[in-house]
Design a protein around this ligand. Structure first.
Ligand code: PEP
Length: 253
């Protein structure tokens, strides 16, 4: 039985005052969740705040990006070791906004995945197709390519310390989530692809769904057998919504 994980992606939102309220609400509410892990991926300047409010609680935290390099003359970049210094457990890698807006291609995403693991972080590797790609029937081809780029450099064993997040680009921030059946089909495909290399590992791999997960649709998405929780953007900024999504994961078992 895989444990569910609900991870929030705050994107470039927040302030010290607003974060404090949100983090304190999560700290209180997530403490008694059973069988579900929670995390928030916050903007880098707020990692110290997340660490100070969440240390010793049931809520983990992480970064939204990291450099593919371990250190050096890379102005403006943040290394995996720096994220670890602030107690991060997770780092998002290959979020579609990084791929689309910052030109992160598969090889760079794979290098960032490896950098995260070198630093002792658990990468949450985001995969997903655009609407055009879906309409062309290329969904599986796209997510397979994105996954294989990591497998080919890191090897399948690397996935034993990683999380996948299927995030159809057309569902992110649009209010139009994939249906549970659409999500399940891709999750099943991804798990089967990993199983071609290692069936045992594939059975244990957490695959999150992301794309307009809300309090009102989380339960039906998390009820799917291959959906192991969610990566949540907009709804992770509202304490009651994020907590309701965590509760839906708890109830989905
Ligand atoms: C995301 O940012 O990864 C995401 C899924 O956003 P939203 O939940 O707002 O669609």
């Amino acid at each position: 039985m895989r444990r569910k994980l609900v991870a929030g992606n705050w994107k470039m939102h927040g302030s010290l005052v607003a974060n404090q309220r949100l983090l304190e609400a999560l700290r209180t509410a997530c403490g008694d969740l059973r069988g579900v892990a929670c995390a928030v991926c916050v903007p880098h300047p707020y990692l110290a705040q997340a660490a100070s409010v969440l240390a010793g609680t049931a809520v983990a935290w992480g970064g939204q990006n990291l450099s593919e390099h371990d250190s050096g003359a890379y102005t403006g970049e943040v290394s995996g070791a720096m994220l670890r210094d602030f107690g991060c457990r997770y780092a998002l890698v290959g979020h579609s906004e990084r791929r689309a807006l910052y030109g992160e291609r598969d090889a760079l995403v794979a290098a960032k995945f490896q950098a995260a693991q070198r630093a002792g972080l658990t990468p949450i590797l985001c995969l997903g197709e655009t609407l055009d790609e879906r309409n062309q029937g290329a969904t599986e081809e796209v997510v397979a390519r994105q996954l294989d780029a990591v497998l080919s450099v890191a090897g399948v064993q690397a996935l034993s310390e990683a999380v996948l997040a299927y995030e159809p680009v057309w569902a992110i921030g649009t209010g139009h989530n994939a249906t549970p059946a659409q999500a399940e089909k891709v999750h099943e495909f991804l798990r089967a692809r990993v199983a071609q290399h290692d069936g045992g590992l594939a059975g244990k791999l957490q695959i999150l769904y992301g794309g307009s997960v809300k309090a009102g649709n989380a339960a039906e998405l998390f009820a799917m057998p291959d959906v192991d929780g969610g990566l949540v953007g907009g709804a992770s900024l509202v304490a009651d919504d994020f907590i309701a999504i965590c509760r839906a994961a708890e109830n989905a078992g």
